[in-house]
Design a protein around this ligand. Structure first.
Ligand SMILES: Nc1nc2c(ncn2[C@@H]2O[C@H](COP(=O)(O)O)[C@@H](O)[C@H]2O)c(=O)[nH]1
Ligand SMILES: [Mn+2]
Length: 376
């Protein structure tokens, strides 16, 4: 393939309509990354928004490896499970109390057992079974509407059924790997260099660790709710993968799992389960995983007053759901109004033939953090 000549730019393919809320700063970032050495193609999705080292909500194909496009949360993803629990048996306040165990993380024995024999094992058990901060969450949801009855039935899902959506990644492990390599990334790592090989090995471990973490979180939530659960799909959205002769960097762009991907809205809007067909080659086998930020964290502090009455009100949602978040800054920064309209994101993806909704999920309990000493 060879490097493009200096001044050449990767083709940027936007998969969003004029109705999408896209910040100019995110488009500027796309254009900057398009001019990076060795960048060959970029797909931008309707959840696109500015990020620290490049835009979020996009997939980047290059002939070399840019760790900064993946960022610290290597392997972050969304796993959706069906809960074997009738909705009438879910008592919200009791369930909220029981879910507080999620703050603790796995015991060392549980963690060691869950990691044993996986590529994540060398990273060790520290932090396993914890969500982390920011927009990570574990959410009990109910099927609120079905758009594709045949696919929903094939997945064993009907209106009112309960699901669990877990959004988490590799915690401090990914961050440590990223910091360790930081000084060497600026023009990308050539794939056969020692630095690239080291990064790839650590990246693979972090990605596997993150997947185990989502499973452990889900198992602990199901145990707390006294029910069984079944995995529907686990789609990572911050990672590096081979793609033809190049390296595909997904930054907030999901790799579908067996043709399925969750699309998270916010704690105050619907989320969706999508079916993802092969789609156009320019989409680089990727799709949106969320609604995407509309306002950054600092802006949210200007939009929502930090007063007690407002904070209390934010712990209940328009769906009658509960939000477990004792961190007052996080409660504001992650309010539903921080995010774009997920229905518009889904409509844009559908109009480009990238995905179609199977069903919509309403949030019942969004667990983020509670005032209880965790294990880690
Ligand atoms: N159902 C919920 N969705 C949420 C919540 N907080 C954020 N989100 C959505 O998830 C993605 C995550 O983005 P990432 O870049 O950190 O991977 C975000 O775009 C939101 O649309 C929530 O509490 N519940
Ligand atoms: Mn994420």
């Amino acid at each position: 393939m060879g490097n493009p000549p200096i001044g050449a730019r990767a083709e940027v393919c936007p998969f969003y309509s004029d109705a999408a809320w896209i910040e100019g700063r995110a488009v500027d970032q796309l254009n900057e990354v398009a001019a990076w050495p060795g960048m060959t193609a970029i797909a931008a999705f309707p959840d696109l928004h500015p990020g620290r080292h490049g835009p979020v909500g996009a997939a980047f194909l290059a002939d070399r490896i840019y760790p900064q496009l993946i960022g610290p949360d290597i392997g972050c993803g969304m796993a959706l499970f069906r809960l074997d629990l009738p909705r009438r048996r879910l008592k919200l306040d009791k369930a909220v109390r029981r879910l507080e165990v999620l703050q603790d993380g796995a015991t060392p024995d549980e963690a060691a057992m869950a990691l044993a024999g996986t590529p994540g094992a060398p990273l060790g058990p520290h932090g396993l079974g914890t969500l982390g901060g920011g927009n990570h969450f574990c959410e009990v949801q109910a099927v609120a509407g079905i758009s594709d009855p045949a696919r929903a039935a094939a997945l064993g899902l009907a209106r009112g059924d309960l699901c669990l959506l877990v959004h988490s990644g590799s915690r401090g492990h990914g961050a440590g790997i990223f910091t360790g390599i930081e000084a060497r990334w600026s023009v990308g790592l050539t794939p056969d260099s020692d630095a690239a090989q080291d990064y790839l090995a650590l990246h693979a471990a972090a990605q596997a660790w993150a997947r185990v973490n989502r499973r452990v979180l889900a198992d602990r939530a199901a145990e707390a709710l006294r029910c069984d659960l079944r995995l529907l799909c686990d789609a990572p959205h911050n990672h590096l993968a081979r793609h033809g002769a190049g390296w595909l960097h997904r930054k907030g762009a999901a790799a579908p799992d067996r043709g399925l991907a969750p699309l998270a809205g916010s704690r105050e809007s619907l989320s969706y389960l999508l079916t993802v067909p092969k789609g156009p080659a320019q989409a680089l086998g990727s799709v949106s995983h969320g609604a995407g930020r509309r306002f950054d964290r600092a802006a949210m502090h200007g939009r929502i007053p930090r007063v007690k009455s407002t904070q209390e009100a934010m712990r209940q949602t328009a769906f009658g759901g509960r939000v477990v978040c004792t961190d007052r800054d996080l409660l504001i920064e992650e309010a539903g109004s921080a995010y774009k309209d997920p229905a518009q994101v889904v409509a844009d993806l559908a109009s480009f033939g990238l995905a179609a909704p199977i069903l919509a999920l309403e949030p019942l309990i969004t667990f983020k953090t509670c005032a209880r000493e965790g294990r880690t």
